[in-house]
Design a protein around this ligand. Sequence first.
Ligand SMILES: *Cc1c(COP(=O)(O)O)cnc(C)c1O
Length: 500
Amino acid sequence: MSKHSLGTVNRLRAPPLIFESGSPERSGFFWPEEKKTDWIPSQFVRDEIAGFPELGELEVLRHFTCLSHLNYSIEGQFYPLGSCTMKYNPKINEVVARLPGLSLLHPLAPTVLIQGALELLYDLERMLVEISGMDHVTLQPAAGAQGELTGLMMIRAYLTAQGNPRKKILVPDTAHGTNPASCSLCGYDVVQIPSNERGIIDVAKVRTVMDEEVAALMITNPNTFGIFEQDIQAIAEVVHHKGGLIYMDGANLNAIMGIAKPGHMGVDALHMNLHKTFSTPHGGGGPGAGPVGVKDILRDFLPIPRISKGSKRYELREDFPLSIGRVRSFLGNFGVLVRAYTYIISLGADGLEETSRMAVLNANYLRKRLEEYYHLPYSEPCMHECVFTDRVQQKLGVHTMDIAKRLLDYGFHPPTIYFPLVVSGAIMIEPTETEDPETLDSFIDAMISIAREAKENATLVNTAPHSTPVQRLDEAGAARRLVLRWGGSKPEGSGQKAER
Ligand SMILES: *Cc1c(COP(=O)(O)O)cnc(C)c1O
């Protein structure tokens, strides 16, 4: 059992407002009164804020250091959002990405001067070919979504070259929102396929909707329930038989690296999110890289320039007349590519396989220990993440949002909630490969305590969080009535005791 005390409560408190601190005449800096106007240009002297705080240097330092510690971080706490948002990224990747020879390279430097960088990119392409089982890889796309678009553009170009780009793409109902968006952007209609009672796609269902108007089937594997699409080969046969292609969303490969290769499952094109699986801190929307792997049939359509290894040196070649063209400036998101290269090299083939095994083991450990307390919509063993719902707690008047908020009192960041959309009240937990058993146990203990509280004292859970600097926020309001600046008027509550 856990070495941590059960239910450690988050004791972080916000410091008083800076306007409530200090004392008149206190200052962090002293100057001769007669020099004051010489030293500070008049436009920088602020006197419009009543009760401007007067503090010593150390007080100011402590105030802002204290505020900075209110931030939740992967270095400080467990993050059950997993690789999609912020898994732990080993520091060696950061160190290498910052080496001056790499970080200071000019993007317009001639190829003779960037041979080392080109070799790194060329080798990374080969490593991703090996990991994915595809024949070729382009590193250009700057995100998963852009990788999807790039892959679909190649599929469209390939089908057009065959005489008919076709009209539709089949997309499972569990797909990430970017999938249908990419289809639309590429000029295709989306046909949704429902998942079956096991949480996966049925071959029979695909057979009924597959026709010669379908350009491709876009499938995520493991899917967003965290379940492996076991029938993928049979599905690929059905689609190929009618002349369609298989696109796989491989955003999260950390469940299958070193164990199963999409290229062996009948997949014709896939993207891999390097910022998720292959380590780049990317919370808050970037940066990313979504390289696309393709089979030989799509080779001619790959974006240009392509990195090739000549007899003397690496080159950037543009002589591919069927190419879909350039999808990103320069050579892609180079810093992210360097991190992925370092991650792969430092773990090695065995290390990557071990990573996948640990990610799957951790998720299944969590699933087994919590299945008594929370409803599991699918009982299949999971891959790197598992999905629970609030069905049991709902009857007690406690919902997914309440459970997530109560976790804050236990010092944990909530997991992904209300996604996948097709599962009502979803709680999707991805522990990732790096967490130790003690941390998993303390998270599980918190979840179990909350399940118990829901039975014994639902109000406690319903009104959580109780220990954080602010309680429930109007989340929709924060997004809809965005206030990014005060626009010259005074911040509300300045110079007086503000309400919190
Ligand atoms: C994250 C994710 C995407 C989108 O990737 P971005 O890099 O955010 O554009 C697509 N599909 C799945 C399954 C994902 O998890």
